[in-house]
Design a protein around this ligand. Structure first.
Ligand SMILES: [Zn+2]
Length: 103
C-alpha cells in the first residue's frame, strides 16, 4: 500500500476517495480520525489517501491529476474581459464573446 496524496482537509480527502472509488481504485483515508482534535495537533497532520493495490498507483496518479485540475477550474474566479467587458467564467482562458485573452 502506498500513499498517494495528502489532502488539505477531510472534505477534499473524501471527495478524492469517492472519485477514485468511482474509477474502481481501492483506496483508504488515514489520519482523518485525528481531525476532531485538530486544534491540538501540529499543522502538518492532514488526512492522506492511500492506494490499496500498488498496481493501481500509476492510474491513481493520473486520476489525481484530473481531480486536482478539475477542482482548481471550479474554484477559478470569473474575470471581466478587457476587450468587451463581458464577465467570463473562470474555466475559460479567452473571452467567449470577443476572443480576448484573460488579462
Ligand atoms: Zn471579450
Amino acid at each position: 500500500m502506498q500513499r498517494l496524496y495528502e489532502a488539505r482537509d477531510r472534505i477534499e480527502a473524501q471527495l478524492l476517495s469517492d472519485f477514485l472509488h468511482r474509477h474502481l481504485v481501492d483506496n483508504a483515508i488515514f489520519g482523518d480520525y485525528l481531525s476532531g482534535a485538530i486544534g491540538e495537533l501540529p499543522a502538518d497532520v492532514y488526512p492522506s489517501i492511500w492506494i490499496v493495490h500498488d498496481r493501481d498507483q500509476p492510474r491513481a496518479r493520473d486520476l489525481l491529476a484530473c481531480f486536482l485540475a478539475g477542482s482548481s477550474r471550479q474554484t477559478a474566479p470569473s474575470w471581466a474581459c478587457p476587450g468587451c467587458g463581458e464577465l467570463v467564467d473562470g474555466s475559460f482562458e479567452i473571452c467567449w464573446h470577443c476572443g480576448s485573452e484573460r488579462p
